[in-house]
Write a protein that binds this ligand. Structure first.
Ligand code: MG
Length: 259
């Protein structure tokens, strides 16, 4: 079901988004060689709960942690693990969400661990930029496919693979609502975007193939050819004109030139 939010509901989603933006910003400071993905998740959960919000991922379909933490070739849904120690040169994607007064926000960031190759840094930067290119098409009256087409047109010249097995989504009181929001162009133009819809846009980009494999743990997806993968996501509010990004801090919005 697609839900159109009231002004009061949007305000709560804005608050949820700001909490999540703060959590991501603080958590980023813990990313360094030698820390385990388990420790990062523990910090993440503490940061979420200390703000009076709840970790939406914990227990979702049985997921055991508050954050999905995916390293290098892992695309999404990495399970935090005491034995998974971050090393200099890795890239790590942290995807997490909060529930605040019944309303959800969902966002992901990919970080460098120490010094990384130029190839990996380009992947991180271009994946993030593809999000901002994509959301410029996310205005009331346009269609879901306009977002995916914009992302694809931006990414294609780099020769990267856009992950197709996983897509963005509507969000509200549920983490996953309609519509699905692909990061690539589809034959159908998709649902019409309406004012006060809230969606999570989340490009997942591999240096190599678009194809992914599922790991034996039943959760984690990795690029099929083992090349590094990056993920960048925010929860946004559809408006007339450019959308509002709910899960970025004011200074980040200024930096990226968005509302
Ligand atoms: Mg999401």
């Amino acid at each position: 079901m697609v839900t159109i939010k009231s002004d009061k509901e949007i305000q709560l989603m804005r608050e949820a988004g700001q909490i999540l933006a703060q959590v991501h910003a603080e958590l980023a400071q813990y990313v360094r060689p030698g820390i385990s993905t388990y420790e990062l998740d523990a910090v993440c959960e503490k940061l979420i709960r200390s703000r009076g919000s709840l970790p939406s991922f914990k227990g979702y379909d049985g997921f055991p942690a508050s954050a999905c933490i995916s390293v290098n070739e892992e695309v999404v849904h990495g399970i935090p693990d005491k034995k998974r120690i971050l090393c200099e040169g890795d890239i790590v994607s942290i995807d997490t969400g909060v529930i605040w007064k019944g309303w959800q926000s969902d966002a992901a960031r990919t970080h460098a661990v120490g010094n990384i190759s130029g190839e990996k840094q380009d992947l991180i930067d271009r994946t993030r930029e593809s999000f901002f290119v994509g959301i410029r098409a996310a205005e009331a009256g346009r269609h879901v496919n306009d977002i995916g087409r914009a992302i694809e047109e931006f990414i294609r010249p780099f020769g990267y693979g856009i992950v197709e097995a996983l897509v963005g989504h509507g969000i509200g009181q549920e983490m996953h609502e309609e519509p699905e929001v692909p990061n690539f162009s589809c034959a159908r133009r998709g649902m019409k975007l309406r004012k006060n819809m809230t969606i999570a846009v989340e490009p997942m980009i591999n240096i190599g193939t678009w194809d992914v494999v599922e790991r034996e743990n039943g959760w984690t997806y990795a690029s099929a050819d083992g090349t590094p993968s990056a993920h960048y996501e925010n929860t946004i509010l559809i408006r007339e004109g450019e959308p509002e990004v709910l899960s970025l801090l004011p200074e980040e919005k200024k930096l990226y030139g968005v509302l």
